[in-house]
Design a protein around this ligand. Sequence first.
Ligand SMILES: Cc1cc2nc3c(=O)[nH]c(=O)nc-3n(C[C@H](O)[C@H](O)[C@H](O)COP(=O)(O)OP(=O)(O)OC[C@H]3O[C@@H](n4cnc5c(N)ncnc54)[C@H](O)[C@@H]3O)c2cc1C
Length: 303
Amino acid sequence: MLRAALLGAANNESMARFVMAHGRRFGAYRFVAGETFEQFMRAVAATNAAGMRVAAGLLGEDVSTVADARAVAAQYCGMLERFAAQRADANVALKLTHLGLLIDSDLARENVAKVIAAAGRHGNFVRMDMEQSACVQPTLDIYRALRADGLDNIGIVLQSYLYRSRSDFDALLHLRPSIRIVKGAYLEPASVAYPRKRDVDRNYVALMEASLSSGGFTAIATHDEAIVQHAIEFIQRNDIAADRFEFQMLYGVRPRLQQWLVARGFGVRIAVPFGAQWYPYFMRRLAERPANLMFFLSSMWRA
Ligand SMILES: Cc1cc2nc3c(=O)[nH]c(=O)nc-3n(C[C@H](O)[C@H](O)[C@H](O)COP(=O)(O)OP(=O)(O)OC[C@H]3O[C@@H](n4cnc5c(N)ncnc54)[C@H](O)[C@@H]3O)c2cc1C
């Protein structure tokens, strides 16, 4: 109920204005590395210094003009140049709606291809995040088209809450894809997604094991300690090479678990988001955990 209310509130404009005006007080900056590029680059340096890689995300989704979508692609290209210049251990993860998917899928494809080309010039990599269920098929179609064009420095995400993800995985297998597996962050109806957490978790483990057993690369993106432990046992039992997987977590979430993995020699990448458009991202993080929500509600009460 509360999760649905919070995710629903992400579309409420007056709520958005109020929360954004008091972002720091509401705890948004625990999950967001700042609003400016320079603040973000400091977070990248600190993350690298702590032994972790970065997946950079410029916050924002669902742009409404072609010019805005192209400007976002240009910002990602600039970011990749800066990573190369500063030798940052960072790639990018972007949302196709931010690159114009809801305006025209050819525009999104053209924009993501520019970012992939910029990444390719520096031996770097681009991952396309997975958004709400209506975007899954167009995102997979663009992924396949880019791979058919010979672009290999690109990865995809599958969400274990969706019934379709297992068959999507099977259909991608021949491409030896780089897949990030997540549980899924959007509010989806029972017609497309498992309503019960235990089914989402079970499907996560099944997808993760299938991906680790395949020839591709697996990004195990979760803060779920039981799943992380299960992954480690599976990796050790099956002798999976270190360059075939990494753990991924979100900036500001379970920092001790992140460090615990680094201390044991595992590759860890942190998704570090930044930018002024942090509101929907922040609401999804609140919705994931009752304790975050309680902190937020008590801050609102005091505001
Ligand atoms: C690197 C990365 C990339 C992602 N990319 C996508 C994507 O492209 N598309 C998409 O739909 N989703 C994405 N997600 C979000 C994901 O779908 C989940 O919503 C999110 O990771 C929470 O699920 P969990 O696997 O951590 O498990 P959960 O069962 O939700 O959480 C397990 C435990 O982790 C801790 N935890 C989890 N979330 C939080 C939080 N916000 N604050 C504090 N503690 C928390 C709690 O201790 C909780 O008990 C991504 C997540 C990660 C880590």
